[in-house]
Design a binder for this molecule. Structure first.
Ligand SMILES: Nc1ncnc2c1ncn2[C@@H]1O[C@H](COP(=O)(O)OP(=O)(O)O)[C@@H](O)[C@H]1O
Ligand SMILES: [Mg+2]
Length: 274
Protein backbone atom coordinates (compact mmCIF):
# COMPACT_ATOMS: atom_id res chain seq x y z
CA UNK A 1 0.00 0.00 0.00
CA UNK A 2 1.23 3.44 -0.90
CA UNK A 3 1.60 6.28 1.51
CA UNK A 4 -1.37 8.57 1.13
CA UNK A 5 -2.07 12.16 1.91
CA UNK A 6 -3.84 11.71 5.20
CA UNK A 7 -6.43 14.04 6.65
CA UNK A 8 -6.48 15.67 10.02
CA UNK A 9 -9.39 15.37 12.42
CA UNK A 10 -10.54 18.11 14.72
CA UNK A 11 -13.27 17.78 17.35
CA UNK A 12 -14.44 20.95 19.10
CA UNK A 13 -16.54 20.99 22.27
CA UNK A 14 -18.23 17.68 21.56
CA UNK A 15 -20.87 16.70 24.13
CA UNK A 16 -23.39 13.92 23.91
CA UNK A 17 -26.15 12.38 26.00
CA UNK A 18 -28.35 9.39 25.28
CA UNK A 19 -31.99 9.60 26.20
CA UNK A 20 -33.01 6.93 28.65
CA UNK A 21 -36.22 5.88 30.40
CA UNK A 22 -35.46 8.10 33.42
CA UNK A 23 -32.94 10.94 32.97
CA UNK A 24 -30.68 11.47 29.94
CA UNK A 25 -27.33 9.75 30.29
CA UNK A 26 -24.52 12.26 29.77
CA UNK A 27 -21.80 10.32 27.96
CA UNK A 28 -19.37 12.91 26.59
CA UNK A 29 -18.72 16.34 28.02
CA UNK A 30 -16.93 19.05 26.06
CA UNK A 31 -14.38 16.90 24.25
CA UNK A 32 -11.93 18.73 22.05
CA UNK A 33 -9.04 17.08 20.26
CA UNK A 34 -6.90 17.46 17.19
CA UNK A 35 -5.38 14.53 15.35
CA UNK A 36 -2.64 15.25 12.86
CA UNK A 37 -2.51 13.69 9.41
CA UNK A 38 -0.72 10.33 9.48
CA UNK A 39 -0.87 10.09 13.23
CA UNK A 40 -1.84 6.97 15.14
CA UNK A 41 -3.80 7.80 18.28
CA UNK A 42 -5.65 5.79 20.90
CA UNK A 43 -8.68 6.64 22.98
CA UNK A 44 -8.14 4.97 26.34
CA UNK A 45 -10.56 5.04 29.26
CA UNK A 46 -12.72 3.04 31.64
CA UNK A 47 -15.49 0.87 30.26
CA UNK A 48 -18.60 2.93 29.52
CA UNK A 49 -16.81 6.30 29.48
CA UNK A 50 -17.89 7.06 25.93
CA UNK A 51 -14.95 5.87 23.79
CA UNK A 52 -17.10 4.11 21.20
CA UNK A 53 -19.55 7.01 21.21
CA UNK A 54 -16.71 9.45 20.50
CA UNK A 55 -15.37 7.24 17.71
CA UNK A 56 -18.84 7.01 16.17
CA UNK A 57 -19.15 10.79 16.30
CA UNK A 58 -15.73 11.23 14.66
CA UNK A 59 -16.84 8.72 12.01
CA UNK A 60 -20.01 10.65 11.24
CA UNK A 61 -22.22 7.76 12.37
CA UNK A 62 -23.72 9.72 15.23
CA UNK A 63 -24.40 13.47 15.25
CA UNK A 64 -23.31 14.93 18.60
CA UNK A 65 -25.75 16.96 20.74
CA UNK A 66 -23.23 19.78 20.84
CA UNK A 67 -19.92 20.61 19.25
CA UNK A 68 -18.50 19.82 15.84
CA UNK A 69 -16.07 17.58 13.99
CA UNK A 70 -13.97 18.76 11.08
CA UNK A 71 -12.02 16.69 8.58
CA UNK A 72 -9.35 18.54 6.65
CA UNK A 73 -10.96 21.72 7.90
CA UNK A 74 -14.39 20.76 6.49
CA UNK A 75 -17.41 20.27 8.74
CA UNK A 76 -18.37 16.62 8.96
CA UNK A 77 -21.96 15.76 8.18
CA UNK A 78 -22.61 12.03 8.08
CA UNK A 79 -20.37 9.15 7.01
CA UNK A 80 -17.74 9.71 4.35
CA UNK A 81 -16.88 6.27 2.94
CA UNK A 82 -14.23 7.70 0.62
CA UNK A 83 -12.36 9.28 3.52
CA UNK A 84 -12.88 6.93 6.41
CA UNK A 85 -13.14 3.20 6.95
CA UNK A 86 -14.07 1.37 10.12
CA UNK A 87 -13.05 -1.74 11.96
CA UNK A 88 -15.66 -2.40 14.59
CA UNK A 89 -15.67 -4.36 17.79
CA UNK A 90 -18.28 -6.74 16.44
CA UNK A 91 -16.87 -7.46 13.02
CA UNK A 92 -19.64 -7.03 10.49
CA UNK A 93 -18.78 -9.60 7.83
CA UNK A 94 -21.50 -10.82 5.48
CA UNK A 95 -22.11 -14.47 6.47
CA UNK A 96 -23.15 -15.47 2.94
CA UNK A 97 -19.90 -14.24 1.42
CA UNK A 98 -16.50 -15.89 1.65
CA UNK A 99 -13.58 -14.04 3.21
CA UNK A 100 -12.36 -12.87 -0.19
CA UNK A 101 -15.85 -11.87 -1.31
CA UNK A 102 -16.30 -9.80 1.82
CA UNK A 103 -13.27 -7.74 0.87
CA UNK A 104 -14.26 -7.51 -2.79
CA UNK A 105 -17.74 -6.27 -1.91
CA UNK A 106 -16.30 -3.54 0.30
CA UNK A 107 -13.91 -2.44 -2.46
CA UNK A 108 -16.75 -2.46 -4.99
CA UNK A 109 -18.88 -0.35 -2.62
CA UNK A 110 -16.03 2.12 -2.40
CA UNK A 111 -15.93 2.42 -6.18
CA UNK A 112 -12.54 0.77 -6.71
CA UNK A 113 -12.16 -0.25 -10.40
CA UNK A 114 -12.77 -4.02 -10.91
CA UNK A 115 -9.22 -4.82 -12.05
CA UNK A 116 -7.75 -3.41 -8.85
CA UNK A 117 -10.05 -5.20 -6.43
CA UNK A 118 -8.62 -8.74 -6.42
CA UNK A 119 -4.95 -7.73 -6.06
CA UNK A 120 -5.77 -5.27 -3.32
CA UNK A 121 -7.88 -7.80 -1.41
CA UNK A 122 -5.15 -10.43 -1.75
CA UNK A 123 -2.48 -8.07 -0.43
CA UNK A 124 -4.60 -7.13 2.57
CA UNK A 125 -5.35 -10.78 3.42
CA UNK A 126 -1.66 -11.62 3.15
CA UNK A 127 -0.85 -8.77 5.53
CA UNK A 128 -3.04 -10.32 8.23
CA UNK A 129 -1.90 -13.89 7.44
CA UNK A 130 -5.29 -14.98 6.19
CA UNK A 131 -4.54 -15.83 2.53
CA UNK A 132 -5.17 -19.54 3.07
CA UNK A 133 -8.67 -18.80 4.27
CA UNK A 134 -9.86 -16.70 1.30
CA UNK A 135 -12.50 -19.27 0.37
CA UNK A 136 -13.84 -19.81 3.88
CA UNK A 137 -17.15 -18.43 5.14
CA UNK A 138 -17.18 -16.37 8.36
CA UNK A 139 -18.98 -19.18 10.21
CA UNK A 140 -15.97 -21.43 9.54
CA UNK A 141 -13.55 -19.02 11.26
CA UNK A 142 -12.70 -18.34 14.90
CA UNK A 143 -13.54 -14.94 16.41
CA UNK A 144 -9.92 -13.86 16.10
CA UNK A 145 -9.74 -14.85 12.45
CA UNK A 146 -12.93 -12.92 11.67
CA UNK A 147 -11.41 -9.93 13.38
CA UNK A 148 -8.32 -10.21 11.19
CA UNK A 149 -10.51 -10.28 8.07
CA UNK A 150 -12.31 -7.16 9.30
CA UNK A 151 -8.93 -5.51 9.81
CA UNK A 152 -7.80 -6.56 6.32
CA UNK A 153 -10.95 -5.06 4.90
CA UNK A 154 -10.34 -1.77 6.73
CA UNK A 155 -6.72 -1.66 5.56
CA UNK A 156 -7.56 -2.53 1.95
CA UNK A 157 -9.89 0.43 1.52
CA UNK A 158 -8.08 3.46 0.20
CA UNK A 159 -9.16 5.94 2.80
CA UNK A 160 -6.92 8.40 4.56
CA UNK A 161 -8.54 7.63 7.89
CA UNK A 162 -9.07 4.32 9.64
CA UNK A 163 -11.21 4.18 12.77
CA UNK A 164 -10.89 1.05 14.90
CA UNK A 165 -12.96 0.06 17.92
CA UNK A 166 -11.09 -2.48 20.05
CA UNK A 167 -9.83 -4.28 16.94
CA UNK A 168 -8.02 -6.94 18.93
CA UNK A 169 -10.73 -7.70 21.46
CA UNK A 170 -11.45 -11.15 20.03
CA UNK A 171 -7.81 -12.23 19.76
CA UNK A 172 -6.00 -14.32 22.34
CA UNK A 173 -2.99 -12.77 24.06
CA UNK A 174 -0.25 -14.42 21.96
CA UNK A 175 -1.98 -13.62 18.68
CA UNK A 176 -2.44 -10.06 19.90
CA UNK A 177 1.27 -9.65 20.47
CA UNK A 178 2.31 -10.93 17.05
CA UNK A 179 -0.52 -9.07 15.47
CA UNK A 180 0.40 -5.83 17.17
CA UNK A 181 3.90 -6.11 15.72
CA UNK A 182 2.53 -6.74 12.24
CA UNK A 183 0.10 -3.89 12.59
CA UNK A 184 2.89 -1.55 13.58
CA UNK A 185 4.64 -2.41 10.30
CA UNK A 186 1.45 -2.02 8.28
CA UNK A 187 0.63 1.31 9.88
CA UNK A 188 4.08 2.62 9.19
CA UNK A 189 3.61 1.71 5.53
CA UNK A 190 0.07 2.97 4.92
CA UNK A 191 0.58 6.46 6.24
CA UNK A 192 -3.08 6.45 7.29
CA UNK A 193 -4.45 8.55 10.12
CA UNK A 194 -5.63 6.01 12.66
CA UNK A 195 -7.87 6.40 15.68
CA UNK A 196 -8.14 3.29 17.83
CA UNK A 197 -10.33 2.68 20.85
CA UNK A 198 -8.73 0.34 23.35
CA UNK A 199 -8.86 -0.48 27.02
CA UNK A 200 -5.44 -2.13 26.92
CA UNK A 201 -2.63 0.04 28.29
CA UNK A 202 0.08 -2.01 26.57
CA UNK A 203 -1.68 -1.97 23.23
CA UNK A 204 -2.06 1.80 23.45
CA UNK A 205 1.62 2.32 24.26
CA UNK A 206 2.86 -0.13 21.64
CA UNK A 207 0.87 1.29 18.75
CA UNK A 208 0.17 4.97 19.41
CA UNK A 209 1.93 8.22 18.74
CA UNK A 210 -0.39 9.86 21.26
CA UNK A 211 -2.88 8.49 23.75
CA UNK A 212 -5.98 10.44 24.75
CA UNK A 213 -6.81 9.32 28.27
CA UNK A 214 -10.47 9.80 29.13
CA UNK A 215 -12.19 10.29 32.46
CA UNK A 216 -15.05 8.12 33.67
CA UNK A 217 -18.47 9.00 32.25
CA UNK A 218 -19.28 11.62 31.16
CA UNK A 219 -16.03 11.24 29.28
CA UNK A 220 -13.65 14.17 28.98
CA UNK A 221 -10.03 14.21 27.85
CA UNK A 222 -8.08 13.90 31.08
CA UNK A 223 -4.59 13.84 29.62
CA UNK A 224 -2.72 13.40 26.36
CA UNK A 225 0.29 11.11 26.63
CA UNK A 226 2.89 11.09 23.89
CA UNK A 227 4.89 8.00 22.85
CA UNK A 228 8.05 9.26 21.18
CA UNK A 229 9.19 6.17 19.34
CA UNK A 230 9.40 5.61 15.60
CA UNK A 231 7.32 2.97 13.76
CA UNK A 232 7.46 0.10 13.12
CA UNK A 233 7.95 -0.90 16.73
CA UNK A 234 9.46 -4.19 17.70
CA UNK A 235 9.20 -6.47 20.78
CA UNK A 236 12.28 -4.92 22.40
CA UNK A 237 10.28 -1.73 22.80
CA UNK A 238 7.87 -3.64 25.10
CA UNK A 239 10.66 -4.47 27.55
CA UNK A 240 12.22 -0.99 27.46
CA UNK A 241 12.20 1.48 30.36
CA UNK A 242 10.42 4.00 28.16
CA UNK A 243 7.53 1.57 27.64
CA UNK A 244 7.26 0.76 31.35
CA UNK A 245 7.33 4.44 32.31
CA UNK A 246 4.55 5.39 29.90
CA UNK A 247 2.49 2.36 30.90
CA UNK A 248 2.68 3.29 34.57
CA UNK A 249 1.84 6.91 33.79
CA UNK A 250 -1.32 5.66 32.04
CA UNK A 251 -2.09 3.37 34.94
CA UNK A 252 -1.85 6.28 37.39
CA UNK A 253 -4.11 8.41 35.22
CA UNK A 254 -6.70 5.69 34.82
CA UNK A 255 -6.75 4.16 38.27
CA UNK A 256 -9.03 6.70 39.96
CA UNK A 257 -11.26 6.92 36.91
CA UNK A 258 -11.81 3.17 36.82
CA UNK A 259 -12.58 3.12 40.54
CA UNK A 260 -15.05 5.96 40.05
CA UNK A 261 -16.79 4.24 37.16
CA UNK A 262 -17.00 0.92 39.04
CA UNK A 263 -18.45 2.65 42.10
CA UNK A 264 -21.03 4.59 40.13
CA UNK A 265 -21.98 1.37 38.32
CA UNK A 266 -22.68 -0.24 41.69
CA UNK A 267 -24.98 2.61 42.67
CA UNK A 268 -26.98 2.57 39.47
CA UNK A 269 -26.48 -0.93 38.13
CA UNK A 270 -28.98 -0.67 35.30
CA UNK A 271 -27.28 2.26 33.67
CA UNK A 272 -23.91 0.75 32.96
CA UNK A 273 -23.88 -1.86 30.29
CA UNK A 274 -20.92 -0.29 28.46
N1 LIG B 1 -27.33 4.03 21.54
C1 LIG B 1 -27.28 4.15 22.87
N2 LIG B 1 -28.40 4.42 23.59
C2 LIG B 1 -28.34 4.58 24.93
N3 LIG B 1 -27.21 4.48 25.65
C3 LIG B 1 -26.07 4.19 24.99
C4 LIG B 1 -26.05 4.01 23.58
N4 LIG B 1 -24.77 3.75 23.21
C5 LIG B 1 -24.04 3.76 24.33
N5 LIG B 1 -24.80 4.02 25.40
C6 LIG B 1 -24.35 4.17 26.78
O1 LIG B 1 -23.40 5.22 26.80
C7 LIG B 1 -22.31 4.91 27.65
C8 LIG B 1 -21.02 4.99 26.88
O2 LIG B 1 -21.00 3.96 25.91
P1 LIG B 1 -19.73 3.66 25.00
O3 LIG B 1 -19.39 4.86 24.22
O4 LIG B 1 -20.04 2.43 24.24
O5 LIG B 1 -18.59 3.40 26.09
P2 LIG B 1 -17.13 2.71 25.94
O6 LIG B 1 -16.91 2.42 24.49
O7 LIG B 1 -16.19 3.70 26.51
O8 LIG B 1 -17.17 1.47 26.77
C9 LIG B 1 -22.59 3.52 28.23
O9 LIG B 1 -23.14 3.68 29.50
C10 LIG B 1 -23.61 2.95 27.27
O10 LIG B 1 -24.48 2.08 27.93
MG1 LIG C 1 -16.71 0.65 23.43
Amino acid sequence: MNAQTAAAIEAQGVSHAFSQATAPLAVLSDVSLTIRAGEMVSLLGPSGCGKSTLLNIIGGLLPPNAGSVRLDGQALSGIMPHKMSFVFQENALFPWNTVLENLLVALEFQGVPPAQRAPRAAAALAAVHMSEFSGFYPAQLSGGMKQRVALARGLSLQTDILLMDEPFAALDEQTRMVFGEDLSVMLAETGKTIVMVTHSLSEAVFLSDRIFVMTSRPGKIKAVVEVKKEHPRTPDFVVSEQFAAIRSELYELLHDEIRRSVESAQQIPKRDDG
